[in-house]
Design a protein around this ligand. Sequence first.
Ligand code: SF4
Length: 227
Amino acid sequence: MAASKEIIPEFTTEEKRNARVIYNRLVKLYPEMGTALAYDDAWQLLVATVMSAQTTDENVNAVTPVLFERYPTPEDLAGANPEDVEEIIFSTGFYRQKTKSIIALAGDLVDRYGGEVPMDRDELVTLRGVGRKTANVVLAEMWNEPAIAVDTHVKRVSNRLGLTEHTDPVKIEFDLMGLLRKDQWGGASMRMIQFGRDTCDARTPRCWDCALRDRCPFEPKTRRPTS
Ligand code: SF4
């Protein structure tokens, strides 16, 4: 994978130790971790990840079998009639924009990469519809490459746990890279996403039931609701 031009910040031994404890507890909570998106290969994972914006993985999984049966290869999807694709992926929301993105992305793959998904972030982000987060999901999930995908859950959980002071996803990504070992990067973001969904909810975090409570500077912590 090509080297990034950004510089990974330095952290103290204590800060790294704290991040390691947090990571180990997340591993204990989620021993096996991977995307919930269903896919057979890099092409399907890339399309499914683009389609997962603003919806759940379950919603995406409900339509991708039909989509990939109709358009099994990038060549097939690049030549698709947008209205037919819109009809298939309608239930995932933002279907017009997503249709445009995945058809354009398929065209770029065919024109520039012979229909193969490149295993390189700098190349992936040149594909229309593919941002850094999507590229990192594919790299970590498909090829076990060290890459941290920062979505809204990773952003929130990292901030609350004091692992970063930034709100910019790229800066958060680099802070996490500086705090964790390279072999932990991919697994860390997947686990933080799940932890954000299960426990550290955006509106009502379950602080009373949180395995990271003693490590978390976030205040005020929530209390168990009384019935
Ligand atoms: S204590 Fe609360 S805010 Fe902190 S990580 Fe746990 S759920 Fe999130």
